[in-house]
Design a protein around this ligand. Structure first.
Ligand code: FAD
Length: 318
């Protein structure tokens, strides 16, 4: 379990990563595994594998009707988790979503994960599917991650949708969840978002992974607020190494994170992407050193399934 890895490290900061299943027809599982293999030299005790929904334009409807956009889940998360556990002997943390799943689908997925020997899940609402501008759960599914966490806790207690078993042999997942030191973009205020985070903790979340941030003070303030309000579970900082000039604009748009002025200036002054990457790596090295000094449980890198930039940073820090 992620929390056991943290406890066993006895205050030493762990190195961990998040990877993304390839979209169909792009990389093979072999490419994915060889892409991340160089990072294994840093011994990540766990690897997160994201889950996604994609939309498709169906041009020829079988019933001859109008073309329409449909969203469906991107396959790969479960299979990739199993593959990395076998190839690298590390724990896999599949992301499980509210979006696209009803409660029965969720229960079935969790049993499949448990049969594969997976003991950790990251419970998330999921991004809004592109054709919509508000989150729409599948009929019979969850609206919020806190409800998904409650369902996982029920399964951990042997309480399933249509039966309650006394047996001791039921899954026992360690449950991670997301938090946003700079506020989730839909929340009206930091305080409302924080109240909603507390619902997830009360529902049984075991640890937090934060959205990416480029200003450590945002993380420190967030941790202080959590501790002052009785949230005492591990808070793992999520980190992204800025690697291109375009990411200076795109990352704040996609992830609603502030770009410090010095980082902006450094990247703007770089003459090309290679120069921007150098600035991004150096920035992240400094962030990581400070976070490590502060005693964070792990430095968790959003790698996009590529090793280069993450390794460039991690080798300076670990
Ligand atoms: P929630 O905790 O449910 O919060 C969503 C919004 O609802 C927030 O604004 C919150 O304040 C509000 N809210 C919560 N509870 C209530 C309530 N009871 N009443 C009213 N408002 C409420 N997306 C993917 O699609 N796939 C992934 O694999 C993935 N991995 C991620 C990993 C991390 C570490 C992070 C930080 C994000 C990830 N995301 C992923 C993105 C995530 O799905 C989105 O940010 C999503 O918009 C919110 O998910 P959540 O689990 O934080 O939602």
């Amino acid at each position: 379990k992620v929390t056991e890895h943290i406890d066993n490290a006895k205050g030493k900061t762990l190195f961990s990563i998040e990877i993304i299943p390839p979209s169909k027809g792009s990389n093979s599982i072999g490419d994915l595994l060889s892409g991340i293999e160089p990072m294994m030299e840093l011994n990540p005790p766990f690897i997160d594998v994201t889950y996604h929904r994609e939309e498709y334009l169906i041009k020829d409807m079988p019933d001859g009707g109008q073309k329409e956009v449909r969203t469906r889940k991107r396959p790969g998360t479960v299979g990739i988790c199993s593959a990395i556990m076998h190839k690298f002997d590390v724990d896999a943390v599949p992301h499980v979503l509210c979006g696209g799943f009803n409660k029965e689908d969720t229960e079935d997925l969790l049993f499949d994960l448990s049969y594969l020997g997976i003991d950790n899940v990251m419970a998330l609402r999921g991004d809004i599917a592109k054709p919509f501008n508000v989150f729409k759960p599948k009929k019979g599914g969850h609206q919020y991650a806190s409800q998904l966490i409650s369902q996982i806790k029920d399964i951990n207690a042997g309480k399933y949708l249509y039966e309650e078993l006394e047996s001791e042999t039921h899954p026992d997942f360690c449950i991670g969840g997301a938090a946003y030191p700079e506020k989730h973009y839909e929340a009206q205020s930091m305080d409302i978002d924080f109240e909603n985070l507390k619902r997830k903790v009360d529902a049984g979340m075991d640890y937090i992974v934060t959205q990416m941030f480029f200003n450590n003070q945002k993380y420190f303030d967030f941790v202080n607020k959590c501790r002052a309000n009785g949230i005492n579970i591990p808070i793992i900082p999520g980190l992204k190494v800025l690697a291109t000039k375009r990411q200076l604009e795109i990352l704040p748009e996609l992830f609603f994170c502030d770009m410090p002025e010095d980082l902006r200036k450094g990247v703007a002054a770089a003459k090309d992407n290679a120069g921007a990457r150098e600035v991004g790596v150096e920035w992240c090295v400094q962030q990581c050193k400070e976070l490590k000094e502060y005693g964070v449980p792990a430095l968790h890198f959003y790698t996009m399934s590529k090793s280069n930039t993450t390794l460039a940073v991690a080798k300076e820090v670990f």
